[in-house]
Design a protein around this ligand. Structure first.
Ligand SMILES: Nc1ncnc2c1ncn2[C@@H]1O[C@H](COP(=O)(O)OP(=O)(O)OP(=O)(O)O)[C@@H](O)[C@H]1O
Length: 265
């Protein structure tokens, strides 16, 4: 039975004489738990996730307790492959001994039925990300590792990420997820791990508690730089779909509360 993933004094560096990217990592993620990994660019979030998934091996220390099925969704799905999405996913299902019927169900759920017979190399970044998500979910994972899963996804599919996380957790699995877009607000109850200067520390409180919904220092995001105005106003604005992620990230970085994103009707 899956008892959680444990990091025991894990150190990691990318080359023998390079500086350590991560040091002294002691963490445990139990069954049914979700942790979001936060930190500045280049701090080591992806590295931590890949160590958890078993894609990278520690230079020192150990990662133990991984369940038999680990789903890993990299930050960028490697789409430079000569297969259609369906052929790739059918192959992945066969390797994992999973039912390929799941491909059509997932394609339906993630709105990319029309792209299943398109070559991976011709897919947009968002559609390629969906293929990356599906390959990780074909065989229900005991540990799901999602590296910036909201990046590049359309608004409707972004809404699916919390539901996917909830499904894994409801089955007793664990989810580790990195986020720099502030989408973590959609995962109330998640633990918060901060990566900084090669160390990983756990923040007190969980997502959604004490008004915490975004990156560190942005408690109760109701006004710029944490001010809490006496009254709030709802402002609607429209941006080109291709700029939506950037606009949301900038508004959140300035401390504004982004209530939702939708397609223009
Ligand atoms: N394959 C690699 N070889 C050498 N150095 C690497 C490699 N991958 C990452 N690094 C370096 O390791 C450090 C941590 O990278 P990592 O991708 O884990 O950070 P991150 O917090 O996920 O960054 P971002 O938010 O930009 O995705 C960075 O300095 C990065 O340049």
């Amino acid at each position: 039975m899956f008892g959680g993933v444990q990091f025991h004094d894990v150190w990691f560096r990318y080359a023998r004489n390079a500086a350590w990217t991560l040091q002294h990592v002691d963490l445990e993620l139990g069954p049914g738990e979700t942790a979001v990994v936060l930190g500045p660019n280049g701090s080591g979030k992806s590295t931590l996730l890949q160590l958890a998934a078993g894609v990278l091996r520690p230079g020192r220390g150990t990662v133990s307790g991984r369940p038999p099925v680990v789903g890993w969704v990299p930050e960028r799905f490697p789409a430079d492959q000569p297969f259609t999405a369906r052929a790739y996913l059918t192959h992945m299902a066969a390797i994992r001994g999973a039912d390929s019927a799941g491909i059509d169900e997932w394609a339906e759920r993630l709105n990319f039925v029309g792209f299943l017979d398109v070559r991976l190399s011709r897919l947009s970044k968002g559609s390629a990300q969906k293929v990356g998500l599906v390959q990780a979910l074909l065989d229900p994972p005991g540990l799901l590792v999602l590296d910036e899963p909201w990046e590049g996804l359309d608004a409707a599919t972004r809404e699916q990420v919390p539901a996917i996380v909830a499904d894994v957790v409801a089955r007793g699995g664990s989810v580790l997820i990195s986020d720099h877009l502030g989408e973590v607000a959609r995962l109330p109850g998640a633990r918060r791990w901060h990566v900084r200067d090669g160390r990983v520390s756990e923040a007190d409180g969980r997502v959604g508690e004490d008004g915490w919904v975004g990156e560190e220092g942005r408690k109760g995001v109701t006004g710029p730089r944490g001010e809490r105005p006496a009254a709030r106003r709802i402002i609607e604005l429209a941006v080109a779909a291709t700029h939506a992620d950037r606009a949301v990230a900038r508004l959140r970085a300035d401390g504004f509360d982004v209530l939702g994103v939708r397609e223009e009707r």
